[in-house]
Design a binder for this molecule. Structure first.
Ligand SMILES: *Cc1c(COP(=O)(O)O)cnc(C)c1O
Length: 459
């Protein structure tokens, strides 16, 4: 007999109590927050699946590193450990620490962006897009078309549309395209992975146009695990070797340590080009800090270096990816519409199919996210027409997002299987009473990134 149960490959050393609220309490909390879950205090949330960013539980070795961090202003031992770990993983020549991923993006696009430039990607993450646009350049998403069908099961729905990229490069050339980006896994596309074959072909295409190719590496380890388990010929290789191969095709990367760095804060920019590194360090000194600490304390660099080693542990990755698929499989078996196959860091409910009686302009994703909080104190995030839709202020025309999703992001090493069973049960309960869920409308919204602060009202 073979044992098939995949367990959490760790035991718990420090615990943080969770507080239950009652349904009437949650009703009041929701109303007070303007039905916007970003406005709810974390202490009023039972299971917080708002994001997987910066919410990881650190290991005992990382906490030991926190005490052991070298806080010297220049040349700290913790920096050199961090630099050694990142160089070994990525092979890049210059390692530039930043306080988080968006700071690395800000520096990179301040140098290569600017008016008239285009930056293509499989899909840009929202901070990447914002930093490109702030520089005056245009962010272009080129996902494969399969990415837009939630029910379609395919191995690498995070891939880039290479034909589309080739057409763009032929039209615009290196004069207008200073850099091509690839996000692994593809966060804006349900955490779906990118294949090694796709990374290699995009890299070759970029080389033929002499355009630098960068990886947005936030979830490099989760992506490498998918490559190992899904791509022909990769099973026998270690995740670390596969990650190293992914990076070998690129000229640099941006990274948020708050994801696969297994830390609560941290990021870096890594590049091969000496000139680019020099310019980046000049900006770094003005906005982040001296090049051997960036925007971080020595202890953060120590924990980050340790996290980058731990995240490549294959027992961890097997559990990590399985823990997301476990929830997707259970929901799918109950007939709940979910994005398939399971991605790396989150479960995505297809709110449009879950609530077919609520049209996109009545914000089914927001309605579902609020209902889930009310039902079980679970906090998720709408990724639909609130986040990506537009309401033309002049004509009042509503433009929906391509998909109405609700993301349940799974923090790393934080929740156990019984927490997830509870989440599944709550969603199942809601699904059986879905006809009673009503749509929502926006009462007030800011001009930019409205999902963070908009005020809603049930219809
Ligand atoms: C989180 C994230 C970023 C930005 O990183 P921060 O540390 O939050 O600034 C960039 N790209 C992707 C794909 C991300 O998931």
């Amino acid at each position: 007999m073979t044992i098939t149960t995949i367990i959490e490959p760790f035991k718990i050393k420090a615990v943080e109590p969770l507080r239950m609220t009652t349904r009437p309490e949650r009703q009041g909390i929701l109303a007070q927050a303007g039905y916007n879950l970003f406005g709810v205090r974390a202490e009023h949330v039972l299971i917080d699946l708002l994001t997987d960013s910066g919410t990881s539980a650190m290991s005992a070795a990382q906490w030991a590193g926190i005490l052991d961090g070298d806080e010297s202003y220049a040349g700290a031992r913790s920096f050199y450990r961090f630099e050694r770990v990142v160089k070994e993983l990525t092979g890049f020549k210059h390692i530039i620490p930043t306080h988080q991923g968006r700071a690395a993006e800000k520096i990179l696009f301040a140098i290569v962006g600017g008016a008239g430039k285009l930056i293509p990607s499989n899909s840009h993450f929202d901070t990447t897009r914002a930093n490109i646009e702030v520089s005056g350049a245009e962010a272009v998403d080129l996902p494969v078309k399969e990415a837009l069908t939630p029910s379609l099961v395919q191995d690498f729905k995070g891939n880039m549309n290479i034909t589309g990229l080739e057409r763009l490069l032929k039209q615009k050339g290196r004069e207008q395209v200073p850099l091509v980006m690839m996000t692994v896994t593809n966060n804006s596309c349900a955490g779906q992975p990118v294949s090694m074959g796709c990374i290699r072909r995009v890299s070759e295409l970029c080389r033929s146009y002499r355009i630098p190719f960068f990886i947005d590496a936030c979830r490099f380890a989760e992506n490498a695990w998918f490559i190992k388990t899904r791509e022909p010929g990769c099973k026998g290789r270690s995740v670390k070797q596969l990650a190293q191969e992914m990076f070998s095709y690129a000229d640099g990367c941006t990274m948020s340590g708050k994801k696969d760095g297994l830390v609560n804060i941290g990021g870096f920019l890594a590049v091969n080009d000496d000139d680019l590194a020099q310019q980046a360090r000049n900006i770094l000194i003005v906005t982040e800090g001296f090049p051997t600490y960036g925007g971080l304390a020595g202890r953060d660099l120590e924990a980050f270096a340790q996290g980058l080693e731990e995240v490549l542990d294959e027992d961890y990755l097997r559990y990590r990816i399985r823990s997301v698929a476990y929830v997707v499989d259970k929901l799918d078996a109950m007939g709940v519409p979910v994005f398939k196959p399971a991605g790396g860091h989150a479960v995505y409910l297809d709110a449009a199919a879950f609530l077919p009686h609520i049209p996109p302009r009545h914000l089914p994703g927001q309605a579902l996210a609020c209902a889930l909080y009310l039902e079980g104190g679970i906090r998720a995030c709408e990724i639909g027409s609130v986040m990506f839709g537009r309401t033309d202020p002049a004509g009042g025309q509503f433009q929906p997002a391509p998909m109405e999703l609700v993301r349940l992001a799974i923090p790393r090493r934080v929740y156990t299987q019984s927490h997830m069973d509870y989440v599944v049960e709550c969603i199942g309960e809601l699904f059986s009473r879905r006809d009673g869920i009503r749509g929502m409308r926006i009462v007030a919204e800011p001009p930019l990134l409205r999902h963070f602060t908009a005020v809603f009202e049930p219809l």
